[in-house]
Ligand binder design. Structure first.
Ligand code: TXA
Ligand code: MG
Length: 600
C-alpha cells in the first residue's frame, strides 16, 4: 500500500481551541483525515459515508483494506441513521454502556460506505465518553469512521505525541486531548443475535455485560482458524508490536496477582511512587521475590547469550525497587525500566502499556520483558494486547513491509516540571586531538537524541553536557588540523568549538562521569584523587564495568585501544575518528544511564 506524505506538517490542535476543532470538523466533512482523542486510544477519523475518505485512512495507516472501521458518533440519535436494525440486545447495551469504551456490531444501513465496513453487512458503532471527542463528533455531526491512529502493526497511540510520531505529514491535523484514560481499545461486541459475543476484549468486561443481561451469558469469541473469515477481521494480524521482541513474564505458580480490583483507592492510575521495600510485610516480601525472580533470571540468561543486549522492563514499582536493592551493576546497566504503577494494578498496566512499549523502543532495547496478569476482568484485555505484541515477527501481515522507525517528535516546551543536568568529561594527555574529537562527536550524539528525561522521574527533563580536557595540555592551543578535518568530514562540524585546556580538580568536580582515552590516564587520575574514583573510567574499563565484553574472532577479549594518530597521514586520522565514533555509539546508552537520563 502506497504511503505518501500529503502535508508538510500535521497541525496539532489544543483541546481548548474551539475554532481549531471547528476547522477540523470542516476538513473532515470535506473528505480529510483528522486524528482525535478518545478515552481508549486516539483515532484517525474520516467521513464514514465517503469511500474516498476511508481509502485515505487506510493509506495513512498503511493498513490492508479488508479490515473494517468503527463508526464514531457524538449523539445516540445518529445510531438510527447508520444501522438497519437495533436488536433488543443492542438497545440494552446502548443504554448500559454508551457513551463509553464499547463498540457494538449491528446490521449496517446503506448510508455507510462499503469501504468503511470492508464489505461486511455489519458496522461497529461507538460513542466515546471523552469530552474532546464528543465536542469534535458533535461539531461534525456525521458518522466518523476511525481506526486507532497508529501505523499498522504499531502500538496504538494514547497521546497526541504518539499520533504525530506515526502520522506527521500523512493527515491534516490531530486534536490533543491528553493521555487516554484506559489505554486499550474498546470492547467489540457483536449484538446482531440474542447472545452478545465479545470479538475483542476491552475495559467493558464479560462480567460487566453479563450483569445487564437477564440471565444468559456473554460469549468470548475463540481462536481463529486460517480458513474461516474472522468475525472481527482485525484480530488476525500481528498488532501492537514494538520493534523490540516482547516476552511475557508470567506470575509464578501460586502467586495470585489478578489485580482486577486493584485500582488505586484515590482512583488515580499510572502513577508511580517509589516503593519502600522496608514497609512490606514478610508475606508480601516473599511474594515479591517470586514475582521479580523471572525477570532477573531471564535477563541474566539473555545477557549470557549476548553481553551487548539491552533489556526493557515493563513492570511495577516494587520490581524496580528490588532491582535497585539488588544493586547488580551489570544487570542495571543493561536494563531500562518503564514502571506503570503498583505491580498488581492491571488498570495502570493497561493505561500505560502502549506508551510503555513505545518508550522502551526509543531506548533501543532489544527485548522487552513485560509483566503478565491472570484473571477474568481487565486482565483479559491486557493479556490479549500483550500477547499480540509478543507475536512472532513472521506473523506480520503478509505483503506489508515492516514499518521503519518513525522520527522522534519534539516535546512541548512546558512538558517538564523540573530539569536536571549532568555532564561527561573526556580526557587525553593533550586536548587538541582525541579528547577534543570525543567531545565533538559526543555533542552531536547528545543533540541528535534530544530531548531527555530523568530515568527516575518522567516529569523531569534532563540536559546533558559534554566537555574535554588534557592531563598535560597547554591552554588555548589550536586543535590538530588533521583531526579537525577528519571530524568535520564525519559530522560537518570541526573542532573549532574546543579550546584546549589542562584538566584540574575543579573540572573533575563539574563533571558526573569522566572517561579517559587510555587506561593509564584513568589510573593516574584516581591515584591523585581517590575520592572521585567512582566516576572515573577509561573507555575500556567503562565498557567492562557495564559487562560489555568484546572478543575478537579467536575469542580473545579485546580492549578499546585508540592509538594516537599524530604524525600519521590523514587517512589514519579519519580512521581513528571513525573508531572513536563507533565506540561512543556503543557506549552512549550506558553513558546516558550512568548519568541518570533516558531518551523520550
Ligand atoms: O477504542 C477503539 O475502538 C478505537 C478508538 C479509536 O475508538 N478504535 C479502534 O479501531 O481500535 P481499530 O480499527 O483499530 O479496531 C477496530 C476493531 C477491529 O478489530 C475490527 O476488526 C473490529 O473492530 N470491527 C470493526 N467493525 C467490525 C464489524 N462490522 N464486524 C466485526 N468486527 C468489526
Ligand atoms: Mg488498531
Amino acid at each position: 500500500m502506497e504511503r505518501a506524505k500529503t502535508y508538510k506538517k500535521t497541525l496539532l490542535i489544543e483541546s481548548s481551541d474551539k475554532k481549531g476543532i471547528k476547522d477540523c470538523a470542516g476538513h473532515l466533512k470535506n473528505g480529510e483525515v483528522i486524528g482525535f482523542p478518545t478515552e481508549t486510544v486516539y483515532g484517525l477519523g474520516c467521513d464514514a459515508r465517503n469511500g474516498e475518505a476511508v481509502k485515505r485512512v487506510f493509506e495513512a495507516k498503511g493498513r490492508p483494506a479488508d479490515n473494517p472501521l468503527i463508526c464514531h458518533i457524538g449523539d445516540k440519535e445518529q445510531i438510527g441513521d447508520i444501522v438497519s436494525e437495533i436488536t433488543p440486545l443492542a438497545q440494552k447495551l446502548i443504554d448500559a454502556f454508551m457513551p463509553g469504551p464499547i463498540t457494538l456490531v449491528m446490521k449496517k444501513s446503506d448510508s455507510i460506505a462499503d469501504e468503511t465496513t470492508a464489505g461486511l453487512d455489519t458496522v461497529g458503532v461507538r460513542m466515546p465518553s471523552h469530552p474532546v471527542a464528543n465536542r469534535f463528533l458533535k461539531e461534525a455531526g456525521i458518522p466518523v469512521a476511525a481506526p486507532s491512529a497508529n501505523l499498522s502493526g504499531r502500538p496504538s497511540p494514547t497521546s497526541s505525541r504518539s499520533v504525530l510520531e506515526d502520522m506527521d505529514g500523512y493527515i491534516y491535523a490531530v486534536i490533543d486531548g491528553g493521555d487516554s484514560e484506559y489505554g486499550l481499545e474498546s470492547t467489540v461486541v457483536d449484538c446482531t443475535g440474542t447472545t452478545p459475543v465479545i470479538l475483542r476484549p476491552g475495559a467493558v468486561t464479560k462480567a460487566d455485560i453479563d450483569s445487564v443481561l437477564n440471565g444468559g451469558e456473554t460469549v468470548i469469541a475463540g481462536g481463529l482458524s486460517d480458513k474461516e473469515t474472522p468475525r472481527s477481521p482485525g484480530m488476525k494480524y500481528r498488532h501492537y508490536a514494538p520493534y523490540a521482541r516482547v516476552e511475557i513474564m508470567q506470575m509464578p505458580e501460586g502467586v495470585e496477582i489478578t489485580g482486577d480490583n486493584a485500582i488505586g483507592s484515590d482512583g488515580k492510575i499510572g502513577v508511580y511512587e517509589p516503593v519502600d521495600l522496608k514497609k512490606l510485610t514478610d508475606d508480601e516480601a516473599k511474594e515479591l521475590v517470586n514475582i521479580v525472580s523471572p525477570f532477573i533470571l531471564r535477563s541474566r540468561e539473555i545477557l549470557s547469550e549476548n553481553p551487548f543486549a539491552r533489556i526493557g522492563l515493563y513492570c511495577g514499582g516494587e520490581i524496580k525497587a528490588m532491582y535497585d536493592k539488588l544493586n547488580d551493576k551489570i544487570l542495571s546497566a543493561h536494563t531500562e525500566f518503564c514502571v506503570y504503577g503498583r505491580t498488581v494494578d492491571v488498570s495502570s498496566a493497561s493505561h500505560g502499556l502502549f506508551e510503555g512499549l513505545r518508550f522502551l523502543d526509543v531506548q533501543e532495547v532489544d527485548v522487552i520483558l513485560a509483566q503478565g496478569f491472570s484473571g477474568e476482568g481487565l486482565s483479559v484485555a491486557y493479556m490479549n494486547r500483550l500477547g499480540k505484541a509478543a507475536g512472532k515477527k513472521e506473523e506480520l501481515t503478509p505483503g506489508m513491509p515492516a514499518p521503519a522507525r518513525p522520527a522522534r517528535m519534539p516535546l512541548p516546551i512546558d512538558a517538564f516540571k523540573d530539569t536536571n543536568t549532568a555532564s561527561v568529561l573526556f580526557i587525553d594527555d593533550n586536548n587538541i586531538s582525541l579528547s577534543a574529537c570525543c567531545e565533538v562527536l559526543m555533542r552531536r550524539k547528545i543533540e541528535k537524541n534530544e530531548p531527555y528525561i530523568s530515568n527516575s522521574a518522567a516529569d523531569t527533563g534532563f540536559e546533558i553536557y559534554c566537555e574535554s580536557a588534557g592531563l598535560t595540555a597547554m591552554t588555548g592551543l589550536e586543535p590538530d588540523p588533521q583531526m579537525d578535518k577528519a571530524v568535520k568530514e564525519l559530522t560537518g562540524f570541526g573542532l573549532g568549538s574546543v579550546e584546549s585546556r589542562r584538566a584540574d580538580p575543579a573540572i573533575y568536580d563539574d563533571n558526573d562521569l569522566i572517561l579517559t582515552v587510555r587506561d593509564e590516564q584513568a589510573f593516574e587520575i584516581t591515584k591523585a584523587f581517590p575520592q572521585i574514583k567512582d566516576k572515573v573510567f577509561s573507555l575500556s574499563t567503562f565498557a567492562a564495568a557495564n559487562g560489555l565484553v568484546m572478543k575478537d574472532s579467536t575469542g580473545k577479549v579485546m580492549s578499546i585501544s585508540v592509538p594516537d594518530p599524530s604524525g600519521e597521514n590523514y587517512e589514519t586520522y579519519l580512521h581513528t575518528a571513525k573508531a572513536l565514533g563507533a565506540w561512543l555509539d556503543l557506549l552512549f546508552p550506558y553513558i546516558l544511564k550512568d548519568l541518570g537520563a533516558a531518551r523520550v
